[in-house]
Design a protein around this ligand. Sequence first.
Ligand SMILES: [Mg+2]
Length: 145
Amino acid sequence: MTTSKKHNVIFLDYDGVISIPSDNFKENIVNEQAIKYLNQLCLDFDFDLVISSSWRKYPKYKDLFYSFGIDKDIKILGCTEINNKGRVEQVRDYIKEHEHEIDKFLILDDAYFPGHLGEHCVQCPPNMGFTKNKYIEALDKIQNI
Ligand SMILES: [Mg+2]
């Protein structure tokens, strides 16, 4: 019998979470403050990342996310499936498929997640991203999920 290690997982969006928006989203730049809070959260509470951002379509998306400043000690496990479903359904599918490998999970997104997933979602204001207040909200959620 094999026992696979359970992970704490953060489903990570990019735009509206760890980027600073511009009028043209292609010119968005990395929000270093948000990255700092994200790194701290993952390292302190042993969270790995699953990328839900549409940037996951880029073949070297893991390198890309590390190049944004994500600490190399944080594992990027993979990404949600690339298909025509919506963000919420893609995250739900990933959880269903990996339920035996996931311990706690959080969702960092500027999109709204309803119901049970909403209890795990730290919804960021798209113009500010993952701020200190949102970091505190994440700490609070970790205690309750
Ligand atoms: Mg977004």
